[in-house]
Write a protein that binds this ligand. Structure first.
Ligand code: SF4
Length: 694
């Protein structure tokens, strides 16, 4: 820890890492942050924290931060430091020129789940009101967009159903495609406490995550499925529940569409969907599938928690729907201890989605083609809103390569590092005539930028983040922005340089506008947040105190919708050249591509990504523990150190993606979720062979 003396004041704010949304007291001495102390009154963490929130804030003052705006005419030119006025005017002029030459839809923007609700709201407003189109997207595209689609379709709202406290009343937990110990550590502690008290655990994951066997916890079932077979496993579980008469018929008849249920029940009951028929495909023994299904259906309150191992597949949305089907079929919705709970990776991925950062949805998940919703915004914004959905990130890049998309405002997201098919992303960026990067660091995307606008850290601004349990937490300014402007102010500068006439003086005014336009936020304002500490949406006249648990009295969409989920194998196939399947995940002490954790020098972080390989596969290839290996796929190759372990099954290898040298996205494929284009990061056919190193 960097000690800078005793604190003389403190400010309560929210962690900017994962979707648990822990509250901290930032203890300050003047303008110096002395330490982050977990806040006992924080409703998401109750005084607990993990190593990242507690210690990994050094990046906010790292020497790599860019504090002055920069411009250049061509990406071949060196950067030139300029004033804020000059940079903003340069960017606005370029964007307007592009629109007059190539049409109003030739530009767009991407916002970030790292930014506040107010900032993401303003970015989509900039695009809809000022750019005049719906070409707005967010990094949720590459993580939880299938959650948005799947839960909206089945329940009517794109959000988890429960609060974290609810886990205290659960009896059976399914953890699917998530590793809470590393990814959501503070929630994992609460889950482990409940498991130690006797709740039963079913883990559905190709890898033996920590929860499967950890002191005083032993999962009742670990369904170590073959990567890519999530839907087949969920259908086999449903088959057992339906054919053995374990459905909660009362719940289904009163809360769900009965005819759709019957169609779904007929489908899952077919012999080809039985555990026996799918065992070979999924790699999970039939008796294990049957036994897990019986436990979930009959063991009391059943809750499902899931992560990117569910969403980042070509059938990501289908898997989310299959989870919702299972919860409805067993009556596990609408009370404490049950529910469907996506574990959100980034601090504000829930909020960025809530705020209308998608090309087809206005804030509050309302489609842009809905006349009444558009009218609400048109009245306040004084402009017509395009009624055609805009471009998603991959479509923007495709259109750029084709020559019809020319300019991009990219806030807080390094698409060159985070998005699939790095070569295609680079080609798209290179083809654009104006790329504006707004970020803390000169990231990889900035190599293709013409304007760099310095970003502000979470310590330097006011606003709110919304965590995985829909909890709106205050982010409070702890110190003045090192670059001169908080991110919401920079977006306002750009909007006003394009004649928007915005005059926000504080993010609370943006929240008032959100509340005035978005029914689920109608009673949310900064005074209420001060008084209550935090609020879980929906918060409106129907639920003035907020909503810890959703769908308690019927579903938001009316009747819950069962949807038939047919398993369709991914196009990514193993074969003689690429016989193994690669899947990916995270470790506790790093975060995503490491932009922040790798720049926090006061803690020793894990400094490399390893490749986990089963002893059987390692021995067959002459690979020793700790030796260098070549990891090759149809897309590319890289070198990693081998970790020989039976955490993975034979035929499966696993790595993390925290270090740029690993180039995980060079290895992964171009396949994506059929409904949302979320990339299929979790299934890649690979070969592993001994190597001399990078
Ligand atoms: Fe931050 Fe998540 Fe750790 Fe809490 S669990 S301190 S929100 S990274």
């Amino acid at each position: 820890i960097i000690e800078v003396g005793q604190p003389d004041h403190s400010v309560v704010t929210t962690c900017a890492y994962c979707g648990v949304g822990c509250s901290f007291k930032a203890e300050m001495r003047g303008e110096e942050l002395v330490r982050m102390v977990p806040y006992k009154q924080g409703k998401a963490n109750r005084g607990h924290s993990c190593v990242k929130g507690r210690f990994a804030y050094g990046y906010t003052s790292h020497k790599d931060r860019i504090l002055n705006p920069m411009i250049r005419d061509s990406i071949e030119d060196p950067w030139q430091e300029v004033s804020w006025d000059e940079a903003i005017s340069f960017a606005a002029t370029k964007l307007r020129d592009l629109q007059s030459k190539h049409g109003v839809r030739s530009i767009g923007g991407i916002t970030s789940s790292r930014c506040t609700n107010e900032e993401t709201f303003l970015v989509q407003k900039l695009i809809r009101q000022v750019f005049g189109n719906n070409n707005t997207d967010t990094c949720a595209r590459v993580c939880h967009s299938p959650t948005g689609y799947g839960l909206k379709t089945t329940f009517g709202t794109s959000a988890g159903t429960q609060d974290f406290d609810s886990v205290e009343d659960t009896d059976v937990v399914i953890v699917m495609g998530a590793n809470p110990t590393d990814g959501h550590p503070v929630f994992a502690s609460r889950l482990k406490k409940r498991l130690r008290q006797g709740a039963k655990l079913i883990v559905i994951d190709p890898r033996r995550i920590d929860l499967v066997r950890t002191p005083h916890i032993q999962a009742a079932h670990h369904l170590a499925l073959t990567p890519g077979t999530n839907v087949a496993v969920m259908t086999a579980l449903a088959h057992t529940i339906v054919t053995e008469g374990l459905c909660d018929e009362d719940f289904i008849r009163t809360q769900c569409d009965w005819e759709e249920f019957q169609d779904w029940a007929e489908f899952v009951s077919r012999p080809e969907n039985s555990p026996e028929s799918t065992a070979l495909l999924t790699g999970v023994p039939a008796e294990e599938l049957r036994s897990a299904a019986r436990l979930f259906a009959t063991g009391g309150n059943g809750a499902i928690y899931y992560g990117l191992g569910v969403t980042e597949h070509s059938q990501g949305s289908t898997t989310v729907i299959s989870i919702a089907n299972l919860a409805m079929a067993t009556g596990n919705i609408g009370r404490r201890g049950v529910g469907v709970n996506p574990l959100r990776g980034q601090n504000n991925v829930q909020g960025a989605c809530d705020m209308g950062s998608f090309p087809h949805e206005l804030p509050g998940y309302r489609h842009v083609s809905d006349d009444a919703t558009r009218e609400v915004f048109e009245k306040i914004w004084g402009t017509k809103i395009d009624d055609e959905p805009g471009l998603r990130i991959p479509n923007m890049l495709d259109a750029a390569v084709e020559g019809t998309f020319k300019g991009l405002y990219c806030q807080g997201e390094d698409i060159l590092q985070s998005d699939p098919n790095t070569k295609h992303v680079a080609a798209g960026l290179k083809a654009m005539e104006c790329v504006i990067v707004h970020d803390l660091f000169l990231n990889e995307t900035a190599n293709y930028a013409h304007v760099f606008l310095p970003g502000s850290s979470f310590l330097e601004k006011d606003g709110t983040f919304t965590n995985a349990e829909r909890r709106i937490n205050r982010v409070r300014k702890v110190m003045a922005p090192k670059n001169g402007y908080a991110d919401w102010q920079v977006t306002q500068l750009l909007a006003n340089a394009m004649d928007a006439g915005w005059n926000y003086t504080h993010p609370s005014q943006v929240m008032d506008e959100i509340a005035a336009t978005t029914p689920s936020f109608a009673n949310v304002n900064y005074d209420a947040l001060e008084e209550k500490g935090s609020i879980q949406w929906p918060c409106n006249d129907a639920a003035p105190e907020g909503t810890p648990i959703m769908h308690t009295n019927g579903f938001v969409r009316g009747k819950g919708q069962f949807v038939v989920t047919e398993y369709i194998a991914t196009d990514e196939k193993t074969g003689p050249r690429y016989p193994l399947l690669l899947t990916t995940g995270r470790i506790l002490s790093q975060y995503n591509v490491g932009a922040q954790t790798r720049r926090t020098e006061n803690v020793v972080w894990h400094d490399q990504d390893d490749l986990e390989i089963h002893p059987f596969d390692a021995e067959n290839r002459g690979i020793q523990d700790g030796s260098w290996v070549r990891l090759a796929s149809r897309s590319g190759e890289t070198a990693l150190r081998a970790k020989v372990t039976d955490r993975v099954s034979p035929g499966v290898v696993y790595t993390t993606f925290h270090h740029p040298d690993t180039q995980a996205n060079v290895i992964t494929t171009d396949y994506s979720d059929w409904a949302t284009n979320c990339p299929e990061y979790k299934v890649t056919a690979v070969q592993v062979s001994p190597s001399n190193g990078p």
